[in-house]
Structures are given as C-alpha cells and as structure tokens.
Design a protein around this ligand. Sequence first.
Ligand SMILES: OC[C@H]1O[C@](O)(CO)[C@@H](O)[C@@H]1O
Length: 510
Amino acid sequence: MAGGGGVTSGKSYPGKFTSKVLFTCIVAASGGLIFGYDLGISGGVTSMDFFLEKFFPKVYRKEISVKPSDDQYCKFDSQTLTLFTSSLYLAALLSSMTASRITRGLGRRMTMMFGGLFFAIGAVINGFAENVLMLIIGRVLLGFGIGFANQSVPIYLSEIAPFKYRGALNIMFQLSIIIGILVANLLNYFTAKIEGGWGWRLSLGGAVVPGLVFFLGCFFLTDSTNSLLERDKFKEAKVQLQKIRGIDNVEEEFNDLAKASEAARLVQNPWKEILTRKYRPQLIFAILIPLFQQLTGMNVFVFYAPVLFKSMGFGNNASLMSALITSIVNFCATLVSIATVDKYGRRTLFLEGGLQMLLCQLVITVSIASKFGTSGNPGELPLWFSMLVVIAMCVYIAGFAWSWGPLGWLVPSEIFPLEIRSAAQSITVAVNMIFTFCIAQVFTTMLCNLKFGLFIFFAVCVVGMSIFIYKFLPETKGVPIEEMTIVWKNHPRWSKYFVEKDSSFEMGKI
Ligand SMILES: OC[C@H]1O[C@](O)(CO)[C@@H](O)[C@@H]1O
C-alpha cells in the first residue's frame, strides 16, 4: 500500500489503562470547550439585532434591507464585522507562538492554565462591553486563551496517554470542541429571545464558565512525564509515570523518555531546528494537515445548515434544529472515531472519511445547482429536496467527524520528537487559526461569486488531500510517541531525509 501502514517500532511498554489517566485526559481535553464555545457563539451573536444595532449600526441597516427575493447566494456578503471576528484569530495565532516557549520552559500544565485564565477574563470584558474597543480587547484575550489551549492540550494528551490508546484519548479534545459548539448554539437560541435585547451579554459573558472549568481543572493535573523531564524534574517525572500507568515497573518507558529528553536538551533553538532537512517530512504535515482540515469545507456546511433547515419548514426553529442535528451527528461520529482510531489506524479513517465527504459533496452540488441555479433564487423548495440535502449534509459531517476533524489535532501532536514538538504544534495552531478565519470570511464572497461551484471547489480539495494522505502519511497507530521517528525513516517517500547528512540543511529539495 502506498504510504505503508503498519510499520511499528516493536516496542510495548507494560502498564494499565488507569482511571487516573482517563480523569487527567478528560480534564485536559476540556480545553477544547473554549474553542468550541467561541466557534459556536460568535456567529449567533453577530446576527442578533440588538448586538448589531449597538455596536455595528451600519451592518444592521444593511441586514434589515435584504428582501427574501434577493440572491440567496449573496445575502451574507458583508465584510464589516471582519475586524471584530479577526482580532480573536490574530491573537490566537500570535499567542500560540509564545505558548511554544511557555510549554517548553514552564510546562504543558502551566500553558493550559494561562489559556483558561485569559479566556475567562476576556469573557468578562465582553459580557460587560459598552463599546467596540472593549469588545475587541475581550476578543483578543479570548484569542490568547484559545491559542494557549490549542497549543498545549493536544501535546499534553498525546504525551500522557498510553501509546495504545493515544488516538482515543487525544480525540477527546475534538469531542469537547463539539460540546462547546453545541452548548453555545443552544445558549444563543435562548438568549436571542430575551426581552430587552441584552441576551448577547449572557452569550458572550457565558464564556467565563468553560474558561473557569478548564482553568480550575488544571489544578488537579500534574505535568506530563516528557515535560517534567524536559525541565530536569527526574524524580517527579518517574513518580508521575508510575501513577499514571498504575504500575511500579516503568523502567523501559521512563528510560526511553529520558533518552528523548537528553536529545531535546541539545537543541537550543527549536524554531531554527525545525527548518532543518531532517524534520522536513513532519513539518510538511504540521502545515498541511490543519490547512486541509479547513479545506474540507466543514465550517461552510455548518454555516449553511440553518438556511437549509429553514427551507425544510422549521421556520423560526431552523437554527435550533440545525444546531442540534448537526452537533449530535458530529458528536456521535466523533465517538466512532474514538472507538476505531487505535484499531484501524489514522490512514483508514482519513481515506474512508475523505471518500464519504466527496460523495456527499457531489450529491449536494448537483441538488443545489438544480434548484438554486445561478440566480440563487430557488422559489419554493419541495420537502424531498431539502430532506435529501440535509441527509447528505449529515453523512458528510459524520465523515468529517471521524476523520479530518479529530485527526487534524491528533496527527500533528504525535509525529514530532520532543525537541521541536512545541514549536511544531504552534505552527499547526497558527495555520488552523488562519484558515478557520479565512474560510469563514472568504466564504461569503466565494459563495456569492462561485455559487454552487463553491461545493465543487471543496470536493476537489478533498480529492487532493485524500491522495496526499494515501501516498505520504505513514501509519502512526500503536507507536510510542518517542519512537515515532522510526515510522518516517521506514517510509519509502521520506526515508531519504534520514540518511546521515542531516546537517547539510538542503532547503527546497522536496
Ligand atoms: O467539528 C467541527 C469543528 O471542528 C474544527 O474543525 C476544529 O477541529 C472546527 O474548525 C469546526 O468548526
């Protein structure tokens, strides 16, 4: 098989799946709640009339002037809220860079705590906002929180987990992102109806809850063994490993982790190191995986869902129904991913998920093209049509939720050796932030210009990324994290990067 699955290092450490490891991973994974909460809350709040009228009156006037007969592809084409929305993503990508120093110097746990705290403070400022400046300051702090959390949580989970369950435990991060999205959507539904129009304060201020849950939860955690060793805390590191594995004899694993931290100590500047030739294969994945995750078009489908549900006759309940149905599908399919990722492997899920998304994208494209045409005005939509599109959309979401959604965080967090893991994760977070933002912003303009062709664009992307995975991604299931370099060395496409001329730093030879 191209890309070769099934290459393992042959290592197998003793140890049990303890309740302590489960508890630790659940608490750490709650860091995903804050990202999810923001993804879910901001779209809803920026379409609440009172919020727009108070902070963005021009946008509000434009929104209320749109007539039902206008081009449906173009009705969302407004870029005025860009500064407000983008401040979070910009802050998140900048802070994820700083976070790499903190995760390395002060540990994963401390970085997570900063994440929760920044997010909670940002939420309070937003909840009490009286002007756009306060909103933006609050949002920048939320962005810092998300940057810190997304940088440290996936690495922490991958390091804490016994290697045989690493996939499942890491995916709990994506699971809490989805819970965050769902809770936020439900909250928006109710706050939008509050008399007096102050409901948006509850939605924005409510972010303090996931922020504090995450922050306070971190007090119950100890750092990962890898991170303690990285900071010369040998004794503590060993005790921690014994506790988390539930056995006394952790010698073999501990020695391998200690060796990895020895190697890491030789690296002074991870940012320079990561650019050297020997890390090129993994670096390509740290950049392309989060990029491809967003180019599946998932967020566009989520954004488009309420419109479709409206056309199915759900009327005023359309956004609630769409949030509920899409989140439940997303949640259940992520559970499938948790159950299968360490059994069938990352490659199988990526490829199956890709095929499933592609087929659904084709059904949706043909359906939308046949009804909306290029005018964007469909008239009355028959029920069977809406049902077909909604079913295709749910099957698409399931495909995403057991492949690119969770694996977009899992794979980058597990493929790097310790010395550059933090720097690499920052790059993954930065790329994820840039493209989550770009897709959300550019989507409105793209939909207006490409019309149903937008779905073809994402379908072509899915074909490209699936071929890429098939040919180039080595299977990483069941490989201890500090043994990971072996799978790259054994891969036919990447082995040449590991022949002993590592120091000859040859840029651009791929
Ligand atoms: O589950 C869907 C959500 O998951 C993400 O891809 C993050 O991993 C978000 O961009 C998206 O909204």
